[in-house]
Design a protein. Sequence first.
Length: 324
Amino acid sequence: MKPFRSIGLFFLVAFLFVLGPSRGSGEVFNRVVAIVNDDVITLYELNQKIREMTGLTPETLRDKDEGRYLETRRKILELMINDKCAKEKIRELGIQIPPERLDAAIETIKRRNQWTHEDLLAMLKQEGLTIEAYREELKAELERIELINAQVKAKIIIREEEIEQYYKDHQEDFSSEETVQLAGIFLIRRNPKDEEEFRNLKLKGEDILARLRNGEDFARLAKETSQGPGADEGGDLGTFKVDQLDPELGKALEGLEVGQVTDLIIKANGIQILKVIKRQKAEVKPLEEVREKIDATLYQQEVNRRYEAWIQELRKETYTKIIF
């Protein structure tokens, strides 16, 4: 086991954190929760990591389910300890990732996922990450891979049969979704209780539907009659994923080919007629198109497996103490 340096100093630090500044009630808001060689993890850092990884404050987690909160806290603290161990080893080995390699890695990720730079930024925004934070995460991941390469001499090889099996087992991951581009004519029902208004509206809708089926131009009729969105653009409503459509609309569109229109769709607030402008059927991407992405996924899984085994061995050589 690696000797623990300056142990007296760290116990003094821990003592000061516990007895140091606190709120008026005497509640501890920061203290040392773990010691890793001659480094520490504080309660503040742990709580920050809990928020980052769960999206919830520790207080919210504890209020929901204290047992689950304690287990989550334990697992995250273990991850933080592992990270401290790995970073110390990375410093010891002098592993560094130059900016140009980081740039190249980001370009590779964009290519594998068929993303533009704007796509990447949009994905990061959904995850609540800035590009700077993402670069830091990626840098840490590349350092971890270099660490594995330095410590695990055997080269990781992903066999063709592994790629093919993964492709067969994860077809849904490589399927495009069925989409439909729609145009619509909408007649507004202004008073849901006025039956005469509804009868007149229905007659108008039936007249429009008959004219459409007699070959009149949908876009022109939409501009003339529609009171809904997209009327000025010939009723264009845009493109939708079929499985995300309102169930009633989805049912009305079942079996319709490009150029066909629905029957009258009766709603509480009016009457709608839809036209299918374009359909894109769901299809599975060919293996050759996703091979590189699968290879990267399997490689990452193997890196993770080897890293976990290696970090557990490193933990045996590292002085660690959890203080709860």
